[in-house]
Write a protein that binds this ligand. Structure first.
Ligand code: ATP
Ligand code: MG
Length: 365
């Protein structure tokens, strides 16, 4: 087990800085996921940890030791790539043992590690086959097996499941999580899929344009997004946003004036921000409900489309004329496209962000 620390890491390609001074401490045994949109620097950061990419400035430390200048093979890390990069002319057994033979390990030790990895990943029956004779999921397991046999201190994964179909991806997610449980190693996992991040991670680093926007547990990020970007990125369906201003404030309540002549009163203790400040209110689809009457309602919601899933219903439409909104109701709904319905929000679950800074105005005591 090993801690992994990044200290003011920067990366420049041809005069363009793509990683802007990242600090991060991953505790020993943690499963950390880097998530963010395409091009934000996830792979670059992972490859710098692995030693596959020069570090322009800053340091990588493993177990408190600076390894920035240590060659990849000696860092005690092993990486699984998106393309499995198996040797097509070798059997599964040879693919698993090849890297160990290069380390001049004894045959007994190699055989025992390969047998153990094959058992753990349930590929014992496939050891004599070649990669071309395997399914996508089986190939991915062999690729993971190749890192397992090396018994690395830290496992690195770069979008290992993105070539698999949806069903297999969910199954493999579970297998990697189970592998982490069994081995207890520190693991760093890159994905652009926030659902994958939410379901697998102990800690998530949400990245955008070469910086970490927020680092925390999945539920921390979901419940307390620090800024508009994280609020819009984490959680599915995407959080609804409606703009407005802080209209008034007393000791008890803060009142927001929102697009479409809507007014919403919230607990003043929960939010900072001055009267007159421009804000974005954020509320998740499952923190809204259809109100009994206009009197109880916070928003008028014009429904454009209805998705009946049986157990729950998604209503898609707009508020205030043109602001896109999604409402999730439990069970089956009689509401139809074209209806305008009163909607009530769970005031204690609402988010407010400063438009200028994009930061959350939530006061976390
Ligand atoms: N070898 C390179 N030379 C120049 N620019 C590069 C190089 N590799 C990556 N970049 C740039 O660095 C930035 C980060 O790229 P990176 O591959 O780390 O993104 P990513 O978050 O992994 O994206 P994706 O989700 O698409 O894999 C991008 O703007 C990319 O164009
Ligand atoms: Mg990438």
């Amino acid at each position: 087990m090993a801690t992994l620390e990044l200290k003011q890491i920067r990366k420049t390609y041809d005069d363009t800085e793509v990683i802007h001074g990242v600090d991060l401490l991953i505790e020993s045994g943690e499963f950390c996921v880097f998530v963010g949109p395409s091009g934000c620097g996830k792979s670059t950061l992972l490859r710098m940890i692995a030693g596959l990419e020069d570090i322009t400035a800053g340091d990588v430390e493993i177990e408190g030791e600076v390894v920035s200048q240590v060659p990849a093979a000696q860092r005690g890390l092993a990486m699984v790539f998106q393309s499995y990069a198996l040797y097509p002319h070798m059997t599964v057994r040879q693919n698993l043992s090849f890297g160990l033979e290069n380390l001049r390990m004894s045959k007994e030790e190699i055989d025992s590690r390969v047998a153990e990895a094959a058992r753990m990943l349930q590929i014992e029956e496939l050891l004599q086959r070649r990669p071309g004779q395997l399914s996508g999921g089986q190939r991915q397991r062999v690729a993971i097996g190749r890192t397992v046999v090396r018994e690395p201190k830290v496992f690195l994964f770069d979008e290992p499941l993105s070539n698999l179909d949806a069903e297999l991806r969910v199954a493999m997610r579970g297998e990697i999580a189970a592998l982490h449980q069994r081995l207890g190693n520190t693991m760093v996992y890159v994905t652009h899929d926030q659902v994958e991040a939410m379901t697998m991670a102990d800690k998530i680093a949400v990245m955008r344009a070469g910086i970490i926007e927020q680092y925390g547990s999945p539920l921390d990020l979901y419940n307390f997004p620090a800024n508009l970007f994280v609020a819009g990125f984490i959680g599915s369906p995407r959080m609804n946003f409606i703009s407005g201003t802080i209209a008034s404030r007393t000791d008890k309540t803060v009142t927001l004036a929102l697009v479409g002549d809507h007014r919403v009163s919230l607990d003043a203790k929960r939010f900072g921000g001055d009267v007159g400040e421009e804000i974005e209110m954020g509320v998740r689809a499952n923190h809204l409900e259809i109100a009994k009457s206009d009197k109880d309602a916070d928003l008028r919601f014009e429904v454009n489309a209805v998705e009946q899933l049986g157990g729950e219903t998604y209503l898609y439409g707009t508020v205030g004329g043109a602001v896109p909104f999604t409402v999730n109701v439990q069970g089956q709904s009689k509401i139809a496209a074209g209806d305008t319905v009163p909607v009530k929000l769970s005031a204690e679950l609402v988010h407010v962000f400063s438009k200028r800074s994009t930061l959350s105005l939530l006061q976390t005591a």
